[in-house]
Design a protein around this ligand. Structure first.
Ligand SMILES: Cc1cc2nc3c(=O)[nH]c(=O)nc-3n(C[C@H](O)[C@H](O)[C@H](O)COP(=O)(O)OP(=O)(O)OC[C@H]3O[C@@H](n4cnc5c(N)ncnc54)[C@H](O)[C@@H]3O)c2cc1C
Ligand SMILES: *[C@@H]1O[C@H](CO)[C@@H](O)[C@H](O)[C@H]1NC(C)=O
Ligand SMILES: *[C@@H]1O[C@H](CO)[C@@H](O)[C@H](O)[C@H]1NC(C)=O
Ligand SMILES: *[C@@H]1O[C@H](CO)[C@@H](O)[C@H](O)[C@H]1NC(C)=O
Length: 605
């Protein structure tokens, strides 16, 4: 790419080049510098520097990846002067808030705010000049393991910031970055079902297992369709367009079947991964066990998974329970919430899983019972409904129990109910795993109900609701936290709560920052109420104050060792990933020195 075609980008780059503020004053929420920065980290190369690959080098690289190197631009570019194009902009507007369209754009991610950096970028309704923001400069549309290997080697050799993307669904902005080359796995779509999978390196005679082998670009609706055809179940997310083998499973991966069959990480049999040295490795119970452990809960950033193998399970039927409970005022809503929290452990023991949305005026629940009858569903839900009916003013406006013959029928029913997608908006989350001990304590449910309502009030009008997900307990609670690297809080959790909110495109950056700070602060009471409980990094505050503890807990030190072993130069560095504490707030230089000379990191700033 020639810089002269991007006058506005030059300004951004100059701003970066002249950036000399000490990192400590720039990002108050980032963790403090570490003493033991590995010496191998150095600043990533920027387009303005002599180290940046020449046009001829990019062109030669293009050939090695089968001419699939794409110059990447913000998706809304054609909706802004001087590149305005009516027809193209209309197409952008049509797709802008749909996840499928976004997943197919090299320059897009699902939460639009991550396409900007410090408020600058190119959003649909932003009147400020259209700039590149945090959109990668190049994208490799990878179709093979060879494409992945070539891209990893190229980024490593030229010290160019690399991001890995499948769907761009990441809520922490981990699949896009400024000045980067994006490795886009979305079109690697192989899916194979088998009933005799044995991990490579397993002793001869090892029995085969029911499994599905998924290439890196497969999304859940594709895997589910295959599973339905093969009369099997897989533990995946409840949203059709989330990727199967990227951020989802590496960070934990919860879904409607988790209480019955565990988290995604509890179901992994093997990964194939291209590591920072450009080598393809197999990680399973018999080889590269350390990597296998890290890839099951330690978040992204150890390499590029090109293939994941997950266990499959026998089919089931479901009873779906849909209810809407309304409250005329705050006190009633808090009382309803209290009853809700107080009944979660019993519902969980009775086999229920599900999702509940709390707004200022009502609690909307979609719960499901695998392999249950409608009578059994009604009977086990009754104690909760009885408690609600005893609350003056509370009204159960909707109370449906629907039998569904298959998981696919369950997913279809779900898709009809949940229309709000929050896609293509500016969005931040705050969350916490809620320990069963708190839900089961005498004053826990009340304290929780009040605290959650306070969080909604403190963050309004940017937030409107929060989600409580009963995707824990059961098999998730039985799972051994030593075996996988997920935060042990998952095994002790009785519920997972997420609050979320956003702002319109034209909100001044200072106002965005104000909301971000308010959101982070509002969760503090929940953090204090649940010491050590942790949260799910995929659906978390992107500015989580102590992310090492909240996302990884006691597993952090071991994860860090594994990260340093397989990625000593931080090629796969991403926001709030393991090892990210070594990187500065502008995300292109190690924290020890925010310089731009591309040299080794020797002094500490
Ligand atoms: C609408 C919506 C619904 C969701 N529902 C659920 C849910 O039900 N359960 C749940 O657990 N989570 C859910 N999530 C969160 C989801 O798990 C995360 O957003 C996750 O990061 C998405 O992974 P992805 O690979 O699809 O996204 P991407 O944004 O493409 O990637 C996410 C991260 O994984 C890395 N990555 C991607 N592919 C690879 C690869 N092949 N190898 C190595 N690293 C890779 C990226 O670099 C990035 O760091 C939901 C998110 C959204 C937006
Ligand atoms: C890579 O090659 C293809 C085919 O010639 C071309 O269309 C594309 O623009 C090239 N990419 C870059 C970044 O130049
Ligand atoms: C639940 O009830 C509230 C209040 O009547 C209403 O605003 C909301 O749309 C209802 N939600 C659903 C999904 O039925
Ligand atoms: C952009 O503005 C239009 C019209 O005001 C609005 O309907 C749309 O939701 C806005 N989009 C975003 C992303 O804010």
């Amino acid at each position: 790419m020639r810089l002269s075609t991007f006058p506005s980008l030059i300004t951004v780059l100059l701003g970066v080049t002249l950036f000399t503020t000490p990192p400590t004053s720039a990002a108050p929420n980032d963790p403090a510098p570490q003493d033991a920065s590995p010496p191998k980290l150095r600043c990533k190369c920027l387009p303005s520097q002599p180290c940046w690959p020449s046009a001829a080098t990019w062109s030669a690289f293009n050939e090695t990846v089968g001419d699939r190197l794409i110059t990447t631009k913000p998706v809304a570019r054609e909706c802004h002067a001087p590149n305005f194009n009516q027809a193209k902009c209309e197409e952008v507007v049509k797709g802008y808030h749909t996840d499928k369209w976004r997943s197919l754009q090299p320059g897009a991610v699902v939460s639009a705010n991550w396409e900007t950096f410090r408020g600058e970028g190119c959003l649909l309704n932003q009147t400020a000049p259209c700039t590149q923001g945090a959109v990668p400069l190049y994208t490799v549309k990878a179709l093979s393991v060879a494409d992945v290997e070539a891209t990893v080697r190229f980024a490593s050799k030229h010290n160019v910031r690399l991001v890995v993307k499948n769907t761009g669904h990441d809520y922490l902005g981990r699949s896009t970055a400024m000045h980067s080359i994006s490795l886009w796995t979305h079109f690697m779509k192989g899916i194979t079902f088998t009933d005799k999978f044995a991990p490579e390196g397993a002793p001869a005679g090892t029995d085969g297992t029911d499994a599905v082998i998924l290439e890196a670009g497969v999304v859940w609706e594709e895997a589910y369709r295959g599973a339905h055809e093969h009369n099997r179940l897989i533990v995946g997310g409840n949203h059709p367009t989330v990727g199967t083998s990227g951020g989802f499973c590496q960070s934990g991966g919860h879904g409607p079947l988790s209480p019955r069959h565990g988290l995604c990480v509890d179901n992994v049999l093997q990964y194939k991964i291209v590591t920072a040295d450009g080598m393809l490795r197999t990680a399973n119970a018999h080889q590269n066990q350390d990597l296998f452990w890290a890839l099951r809960g330690g978040g992204p950033s150890y390499g590029v998974v090109v293939e994941a193998v997950y266990r499959t399970h026998p089919p089931a039927t479901f009873v779906l329970a849909v209810s809407n409970i309304t409250a005329p005022d705050e006190a009633t809503l808090v009382a309803i919430s209290q009853a809700f929290y107080a009944h979660q452990s019993q519902l969980s023991k009775d086999g229920w899983a599900g999702y509940a949305l709390t707004r200022h005026t009502h609690l909307f629940m979609v719960y499901h019972l695998p392999d249950g009858t409608v009578d059994n569903a009604k009977a086990t839900f009754k104690p909760f409904f009885d408690a609600v009916r005893a609350i003056p003013g509370a009204k159960i406006e909707r109370e449906n129990f629907v039998p569904l013959p298959t998981y696919q029928a369950f997913l279809d029913a779900w898709a009809k109910i949940s229309s709000a997608r929050n896609v293509g908006f500016n969005l931040l989350l705050g969350s916490r795993l809620i320990p069963r001990t708190l839900l089961e304590s005498s004053d826990g449910p009340k304290k929780l109900a009040e605290t959650m309502y306070d969080i909604l009030k403190a963050t309004a009008p940017n937030t409107k609701e929060y989600l409580s997900m009963l995707v824990v307990g059961g098999k998730v609670a039985e799972g051994n936290s030593q075996e996988t690297s997920v935060h042990p809080g998952w095994r002790k959790a009785g519920l997972f709560n997420v609050v979320y909110g956003g702002w319109s495109d034209d909100t001044p950056f200072a106002k965005q920052e104000e909301f971000r700070r308010t959101l982070t602060k509002s969760i503090n009471r929940l953090r204090e109420m649940t010491p050590g409980a942790g949260t799910y990094m995929n659906e978390a505050d992107a500015h989580e104050p102590d992310f090492k503890d909240a996302f990884f807990g006691p597993n952090y030190a071991r994860l860090r060792e594994i990260k340093d072993k397989y990625d000593p130069t931080g090629l796969f560095f991403c926001r709030h990933c393991v090892g990210s504490e070594d990187w500065g707030p502008k995300e292109f230089c190690p924290r020890c020195r925010e310089s731009t000379n591309g040299g080794p990191c020797t002094s500490r700033g």
